[in-house]
Ligand binder design. Sequence first.
Ligand SMILES: Cc1cc2nc3c(=O)[nH]c(=O)nc-3n(C[C@H](O)[C@H](O)[C@H](O)COP(=O)(O)O)c2cc1C
Length: 200
Amino acid sequence: MDFMEISRKRKTVRRFSQTPVEQEKLEKILEAGRWSPTAVNLQPQRILILNTSESLAKVREFCSFGYDQKYVDLAKECEDKEKGGVNFYYGAPLVLFVCYDADACWTHPQSGESSGVTDATIVATHMMLEAASLDLGSVWISYFDQDKAREMLKLPENWKPVCMLYVGYPADDFVPNTSLGGHRKPLSETCFYNELSERI
Ligand SMILES: Cc1cc2nc3c(=O)[nH]c(=O)nc-3n(C[C@H](O)[C@H](O)[C@H](O)COP(=O)(O)O)c2cc1C
């Protein structure tokens, strides 16, 4: 598949079938992340693969929050009718919990900023696009309780959570969220040639 095709084909899935992701496909996704560029090639990404019912129950637990109409309006799938709150676990059979090792990152000599979040984000992006190329659905998750996740997953102190990727086959009744996603600003709003006054 041509890269542009993959890029356009990928769209957020928030309703998953329970069909497991084949081991071969999981390995390809991890391999795509492995070949990502990282600062000074330090490869500080650390990825926890969660695919047992016990591990996924933990994800459900640390993705649970009180009711918030704002999020339900954005994506109705997050409404947790059972608990009367919102929950950002959407039933995916596979969760890639992406962290970086704070002791293994490059630090910008001037700003002192660590490259960890950037490195882990690039890795997650590669994995997400590989999943799309394998006809799998995915969603990037930032909204989870990081402290609870750290505790429940027994993460070492130096592992800093960045995001989760849920991966799986879209449910039969999955409908893309076209009000939240699916559209993009024109390049003229986000790109400039040489000077800010010179729009595309
Ligand atoms: C950094 C980042 C954080 C996100 N966090 C969440 C999240 O916590 N929960 C969720 O349901 N979707 C989350 N998303 C998915 C976005 O809402 C989605 O990518 C966006 O609406 C565009 O839709 P599309 O992916 O279908 O093009 C996140 C996406 C990104 C890139």
